[in-house]
Design a protein around this ligand. Structure first.
Ligand SMILES: [Zn+2]
Length: 476
């Protein structure tokens, strides 16, 4: 017995796009049939004529309830899941992947339990965590990797740089390449994947030193500190190491043409290497730093140049990049704009709510991205790479009924009223064509036309297991 039928929308399925009915029973998709053919019986019917029905968005990169250390003397934190996932729900995202940081002295199990407890009852959408291996970790921590993978947490994040200059009150995130190699060996043996923030530590730190000495401290120079060359060196070093260890790699926030090219070359060799970029990186370049709200669109590494934007779009629309993420790091506007120098501009973004709508407008509307590819880069590929598939990220019988309905006829200039998180959005003033109008999480309508209908009791921790095909060759 169907509980709900989404009737006659343009449905994006793995077999193609066409007018279909989607039948939902309980929390799962029970049927996908030609439009108008599914018997509705006593089921609730939602008319989706003229609307696109896509898999609910999967946000693979969010930092909620996370310490902000760009001003080490005044530590702060990003907004928590109870705030930020309102925006994700209204914007069509139904699952997000946050991070659990293990630092020296800590254990994987402890940090995962702490994060899971923080999220429980506090998220409007489903969630899980990457495990971040940060700093000079004791070798015994690496012995915990197999158990973590077995327990449903198969992705391990590392930073190849500290990102910012050393500060006595700021714990560095960087982990050395020896430990990265050890993690890769453990991960490769047990079905996990490495998630890598790739920048060259020597170049970045030298650039900080040099710019300080030359008095070029303005934040508009961020792209000259966190350079294209730095991305090139780190990506290639990481790929060489991963190849030796037999490990799969997912590069977060690819920002430069050099990054896209490095990923493409590795994939052409058949290596399981995947790239993510951010809608901010694709839509803005470093010139934007010079404008009054320019730092709203900064995250580390940095915005780059128009040629990099072109390469990122090419990778997203055709091939080379697999996912469009946010690096969500929600703060209020005052905190986001507090830093003015290359050493204290607050990184991260407040863009998860806009992610699906911007991807649709800029990708499908302006750059010829197919609807299939739109679903891939906003949901399906992240689900596959992170081990959520086929429970998440696809409209198919047996999958969770996580859906977003997008009205392609909506034309508007975004204003503060279109958003539900914090006191600003970097996307205010942006023109969109097409915008999410309904979000379903496991069969329940959690948002409709900007109105939040779900609750913080709705979100659930999702266990993950990565398909071996994703780990042995470039699968998506
Ligand atoms: Zn991040």
């Amino acid at each position: 017995m169907l509980d709900l039928v989404i009737r006659g929308g343009q449905v994006i399925t793995p077999e193609g796009v066409g007018v279909r009915d989607v039948g939902i029973e309980g929390e799962r998709i029970a049927a996908v049939a030609l439009g108008g053919t599914l018997p509705t019986g006593s089921a609730r019917v939602i008319d989706a004529a003229g609307v696109i029905v896509a898999p609910g968005g999967v946000e693979p990169h969010a930092h909620l309830a996370h310490a902000i250390m760009s001003h080490p003397d005044e530590p702060a934190a990003t907004l928590g899941p109870e705030e930020d996932t309102k925006g994700m729900a209204c914007g069509g995202t139904t699952t997000h992947v946050d991070f659990a940081y293990v630092r020296p002295g800590g254990s994987i199990q402890d940090v995962v339990e702490q994060r899971a407890a923080r999220w429980k009852g506090n998220s409007y959408i489903d969630y899980t965590f990457h495990i971040t291996l940060a700093g000079a970790l004791e070798l015994k921590v690496f012995e915990q990797i197999p158990e973590a993978i077995q327990g449903g947490f198969p992705s391990f994040k590392v930073f190849t740089t500290n990102v910012l200059p050393p500060h006595p009150k700021r714990a560095g995130n960087r982990i050395d390449f020896g430990r990265i190699h050890l993690a890769m060996e453990k991960v490769a043996a047990r079905g996990g994947i490495m998630v890598v923030h790739g920048e060259d530590e020597d170049l970045v730190q030298f650039n900080y030193e040099r710019f300080r000495e030359e008095g070029r401290m303005g934040g508009e120079n961020l792209h000259l500190v966190h350079t294209k060359l730095s991305e090139l060196l780190a990506f290639r070093r990481t790929i060489a190491l991963a190849r030796a260890a037999g490990a799969a790699v997912y590069f977060v926030h690819t920002s430069a043409r050099e990054g896209v090219e490095s990923i493409r070359e590795a994939r052409a060799l058949g290596l399981p290497v995947y790239g993510e970029t951010l809608h901010q990186y694709a839509c803005f370049n470093a010139e934007y730093y010079k404008t009054p709200r320019g730092f709203c669109s900064h995250t580390y590494p940095s915005l780059k140049f128009p040629e990099d934007q072109a390469a990122l779009w090419d990778g997203l629309v055709k091939d080379g990049l697999s996912t469009l993420a946010t690096d969500e790091y929600p703060t209020n506007l005052a905190l986001k704009l507090k830093g003015k120098t290359i050493e204290d501009v607050t990184g991260g973004n407040l863009g998860a709510e806009a992610r699906m709508g911007i991807a649709f407008t800029e990708g499908v509307g302006k750059r010829g991205m197919s609807l299939q590819r739109f679903a891939d880069v906003t949901a399906t590929n992240a689900a596959r790479i992170m081990g959520l598939y086929p429970q998440k990220g696809v409209i198919a019988v047996g999958s969770d009924a996580d859906l977003v309905l997008i009205d392609p006829t909506i034309r508007k200039t975004l204003t503060r009223d279109d958003f539900h998180v914090s006191d600003y959005s970097p996307w205010e003033g942006w023109q969109v064509s097409g915008w999410p109008v309904m979000t379903l999480l496991r069969g329940k309508v959690i948002a409709e036309r900007g109105k939040l209908l779900g609750s913080t009791a709705d979100g659930r921790l999702v266990s993950r297991r990565i398909d071996p095909a994703v780990l042995h060759r470039p699968a998506c």
